[in-house]
Write a protein that binds this ligand. Sequence first.
Ligand code: TRP
Length: 324
Amino acid sequence: MLLENTLTIDAAAVQFAADVRAGLDRPGQKELSSKYFYDPVGSALFEAISVMPEYGLTRADERVLRQHASDLASMVPAPLLVCELGSGSGKKTRWILESLCRLEPVSYYPIEISPAALASCERELAQVNGLTVVGVERDYLDGLREVAARRKEGTHLLVLFLGSTIGNFDSEADRRFLQSVRQTLVPGDCLLLGADLVKPLNQLLAAYDDPAGVTAAFNLNILARINRELDADFNLRQFEHVARFNEKTSSIEMHLRSKKPQTVTIPRAEFMVQFREGETIWTESSHKYSVAELKTLAAASGFHCKEQWIDQEWQFAESLFIAI
Ligand code: TRP
């Protein structure tokens, strides 16, 4: 068992090293995948971001779900299996599950690659009356296929994809992803999609570059992680966090900018990388949707947008898509 664990950890480290090397070795824009933000330090920093006054997204998501959970429960078919892509902490999903369980017992399948996140979600939701939680340790689409294959005839699926993760896909990839989700569903199944909406530029920039520097620390932590896990020698003080809005793609883009010409060594990736002064590493983009765009997205991926609930304090939409 111990040996198996060690092997799994090694495989993950080898993958991390390969991805870091490939991303930093690119001839044009260097990049690091945003999935590597979330080590224990990164996850704690993201928790902090989500309570920052400037970052209204997480609270808006929770508010809309809380306010409209019973409307949603009255609009979905029964009997129902609920799957969530990414378990999160289970906190905001609670509102939806409680409303559904008031009508009839529900099975809930959080789909998540992190066993720690699954365990905390199971703990958080253990007390909900009438709820059965079955954690699925898989990536999103594999997990969804597995749950869909297990369903009994006549049972519908409600897929939850909350928190605006859809906005972090590259352009076009959002549609392709929803098309793949749709392929695992049958007509009448539902998808509840959380998406952040376009808002005034100063509000967006503050959300992704707060003056206290928590977001900067979160972004820079990916370099610190490379130092910790791959023995690299990034000097974090020689890089700075940059958040800018790309009007053409309607996305906030996050970068790490090299403040001077420098060379960094990454022994465990057997790699050395040079940076010019001002050169950046792209770490994530966060697309901001319009209400109309979400409806178009539904139609382009085989759904009908039945309802949209929008938070007025922080423009954020929860859209209920029905598979057609
Ligand atoms: N997925 C989150 C978002 O798009 C992550 C996030 C928040 C983020 N702040 C950030 C990613 C700063 C990189 C840098 O809102």
